[in-house]
Design a protein around this ligand. Sequence first.
Ligand code: GLN
Length: 192
Amino acid sequence: MARVGVLALQGDVCEHTSMLERVGAEVVAVRDVEQLDTLDGLVMPGGESTTIAYLLTTSGIRPILEKKIDDGLSVLGTCAGLILLAHEILDGRSDQWSFDVLPLSVRRNGYGRQISSFETVVEVKGVGEVPGVFIRAPKIETWSDDLEVLAFHDHGDGEHPVLVRRERIWGCSFHPELTNDDRIHRLFVDAL
Ligand code: GLN
């Protein structure tokens, strides 16, 4: 059974936990550095990236997690989680940092503010159509060739990646944990 942590500092932790349990993972809520030990994978949830980044720093988790990711920990970041993994954050706070493990630039709230939240259907490579819930979602604006794009979405301004992967690091602009469809979590857990 895969042991998967959910970073439980802020954001939609419960929804990810249920989804991961549904696909057969043992789930650990990560609030402290000790809980980072013996994990096969980690989910960084949606929420507010500036708050999560702040709490990662004050909790002391940041440097330890940085090292774990470096040493091969698999990570799935959704929405705010994707922002935390990005190489570059556009429209971030001036002091906003990221783990810089996905070769892309992402614009915070790139699909609009809360009021512009929307639901659509996203075609995921090798999976099929999945529901895509976008809430103040980050938009991937530039990305490098070695990024595997598993899904694009065109919101009227051309195709932008919305589900990406580079080796064991995955990023998703939308919220698969807020739907009834567990196939993206399954994809992540099956790859651990
Ligand atoms: N826009 C938010 C941020 O900057 C992310 C929104 C979300 O996770 N639903 O963190």
